[in-house]
Design a protein around this ligand. Sequence first.
Ligand SMILES: O=C(O)CCC(=O)C(=O)O
Ligand SMILES: [Fe+2]
Length: 316
Amino acid sequence: MEGQRVIPLAQYSGVTRERFLQDIYPLRKPVVLKDIDLGPCMTKWTVDYLSQASGNKEVKVHVSAVPQMDFLSKNFLYRTLPFDVFIRRAAEAKHTDYFISEDEKYYLRTLGEDPRKEIADLRKQFPLLADDIQIPEYFEKEQFFSTVFRISSAGMQLWTHYDVMDNFLIQVTGKKKVVLYSPRDAPYLYLSGTKSEVLDVDEPDLKKYPLFVKARRYECQLNAGDVLFIPALWFHNVTSEEFGVGVNVFWKHLPSNCYDKTDTYGNKDLAAASRAVQILDRALKTLEELPEEYRDFYGRRMVLRIQEKTYSTNYE
Ligand SMILES: O=C(O)CCC(=O)C(=O)O
Ligand SMILES: [Fe+2]
């Protein structure tokens, strides 16, 4: 976007668990951690090796004719492929076998065996490969939620969204550009559930999304070996500049009973948040019983009350 200010993320090198927990985690801001020992995956995870290690495991992938995936127009397909076929296609620019076109793009976000009930865990779904990666466990064992493969073709862009768990996005191979927005800027992102309708964050349609200019754009480049800490609720938009293999680990920042028990992706709103939204919907339905003049009056007063009671004064 013309002239928009970009706020670079802070970067730290060789951060230990102790330092992370003391100095970085409490700030609840995204940061890039460099030079962390991620284990043998850093040299081992070539296309050939990945294909051989877990080749015949079936994976469900996103396939798109264009690099910018669009959840509104659904310009992508879901297809199932053996892991080795998927890896080869994601790594090549032109395909001889394809679903849509010879330059279609691929994206994999791994799931549990039964995606509705089971949570993604590399140790269960890819045990051989899981041994190659040393996940920075800068949280208690009980807080662990999931480990997810994020593998994409060069150019692929994933829409802006938030997740409800804390997250380390570990870039093992390839390069990514990640654009982030604070949870505070949610009012400017035109949300549809957990996703932003502003798909093109570089050239947004400002006639359609005029408030988007107010969203402060944080940005980082992830190179092989980098780990991005994404706190829960921080929006992220990810573009793979090269074919690359990433793994992300979600963990629970709050006590387990705060989360939705049916959440297998790490992106269902907290149980109390969903309940509050339902109650608000009922209040809105009730306000419809009033004539416009009164609805407006009580509506404005309720907004004020919500602001007074919920907004944090802890602004930067
Ligand atoms: O890197 C990607 O492909 C997306 C990462 C992401 O959305 C996440 O880790 O929550
Ligand atoms: Fe995410």
